[in-house]
Design a protein around this ligand. Structure first.
Ligand SMILES: Cc1cc2nc3c(=O)[nH]c(=O)nc-3n(C[C@H](O)[C@H](O)[C@H](O)COP(=O)(O)OP(=O)(O)OC[C@H]3O[C@@H](n4cnc5c(N)ncnc54)[C@H](O)[C@@H]3O)c2cc1C
Ligand code: SF4
Length: 338
């Protein structure tokens, strides 16, 4: 048994899945999906997050592989726990392995609920920038559907290896119905800027190197900066392990899934690159008034009012880059060759 909420990482890996079909809708390297498969192969169950019919992110108990597709991808909205901890407690009584994938605060709350960490519980926390209240995404989606005359959607994606990484995309039966770049999209840019994050996230106690999960994973930002890296740099995951059990599973997974690529890196490299592992000192300075404005005027009006300057700034920067590029090309073409 282990009862403490946070542990220092033991090892660090750069991880990516080379099976493109498996990874296509995964947020980054696809590690979490493969870990989930590993647990299901051993007769265990997985608790992860999917959307419900009103586009809230909710926990789902998954006991067969066909359901894993709904967990894939990052839902950048607050996920509802409901009775998940109680259901996990029940499963732990008779199942060989139970995997809980969640945000660091949710993993820590699970330990507090259980009062211990049973040996058959495996946890994986996600590096966390924060989450906006779930009503913000619901309202944005309702607005976008009306504005773009979209009748039905069956998926919302923020991340993926599908050619739309860091775009907000809306889908129905595999058809792309809406696509907007993160920095130019009101919901996504408010999330990235931090203004729409909940109060608890503004000064998060879990933004630190010590992790709550046996595994902890996120984007490997800064990979290869301090030491050359021979694998792919784009959208590769970082995986930190904090327990002997996690190290053993990592080794077994490498043997079991030949398409899982895994290279050991230094913990320092992961720490230096990723802001989610660093102490968060300051809340977004307009976050309080933003949340108040949402209460008073609704998500759509408040977000358009507060985020328009940020979006204009993004477009101006794009324009500047384009002009700079054209000027460079003209200079190259018009300058007499020596
Ligand atoms: C709200 C949020 C903020 C994040 N912030 C950062 C960050 O700042 N820096 C960083 O490096 N990485 C961050 N991540 C993690 C990153 O986006 C990927 O989730 C991670 O790299 C795993 O990728 P994967 O391909 O292995 O996951 P996949 O194989 O695609 O599996 C995704 C897993 O994420 C879980 N999940 C999705 N949405 C939620 C949610 N809202 N709450 C709880 N669990 C969820 C699903 O249950 C699933 O198990 C964040 C993720 C989320 C959900
Ligand atoms: S930022 Fe912190 S408090 Fe907010 S969801 Fe993430 S781990 Fe939880």
């Amino acid at each position: 048994m282990q009862s403490k909420l946070l542990s220092t990482p033991r090892r660090c890996f750069a991880v990516w899945c080379e099976d493109h079909t498996e990874r296509k809708q995964c947020a980054s390297g696809g590690f979490v999906t493969l870990l989930s498969r590993y647990v299901l192969f051993r007769g265990g169950v997985v608790y992860g997050v999917r959307y419900n019919e009103t586009w809230q992110a909710v926990y789902e108990r998954v006991d067969n592989e066909s359901m894993l597709q709904y967990l894939k991808g990052s839902k950048y909205t607050h996920s509802k726990i409901n009775d998940t901890y109680r259901r996990i407690q029940e499963d732990l009584k008779h199942l060989p392995l139970v995997l809980f994938v969640g945000l660091p605060c949710q993993v820590a709350s699970l330990y507090q609920f259980l009062g211990e960490k049973p040996d058959n519980l495996l946890t994986c926390d996600l590096f966390c920038h924060g989450t906006p209240p779930s009503s913000y995404l619901t309202e944005e989606i309702e607005y976008l559907k009306k504005r773009h005359k979209i009748k039905e959607i069956d998926d919302i994606r923020f991340r993926g290896n599908d050619g739309h990484n860091y775009y907000l995309t809306l889908w129905n039966q595999g058809q792309l119905l809406y696509r907007k770049k993160a920095q130019a999209q009101y919901y996504f840019s408010a999330f990235l800027d931090g203004i729409s994050l909940r109060d608890a996230c503004q000064t998060c106690a879990y933004a630190r190197l010590e992790r709550s999960g046996d595994f902890s994973t996120g984007d490997f930002i800064g990979l290869g900066h301090s030491k050359p890296f021979t694998g792919p740099l784009y959208n590769t995951s970082v995986v930190l392990t904090t327990s002997v059990h996690a190290d053993e599973i990592m080794a077994q997974m490498s043997l079991e899934f030949p398409y899982l690529q895994c290279q050991e890196r230094s913990i320092e490299e992961a720490y230096q690159g990723n802001p989610a592992l660093k102490i968060r000192r300051q809340a977004h300075k307009h976050s309080r008034s933003f949340h108040q404005a949402v209460k008073k005027y609704g998500w759509v009006k408040a977000s358009r009012y507060y985020q328009t300057p940020s979006i204009i700034k993004y477009y101006l920067k794009q324009l500047y880059i384009k002009c700079h590029h054209i000027a460079h090309l003209m200079k190259k073409t018009l300058m007499p060759q020596r």
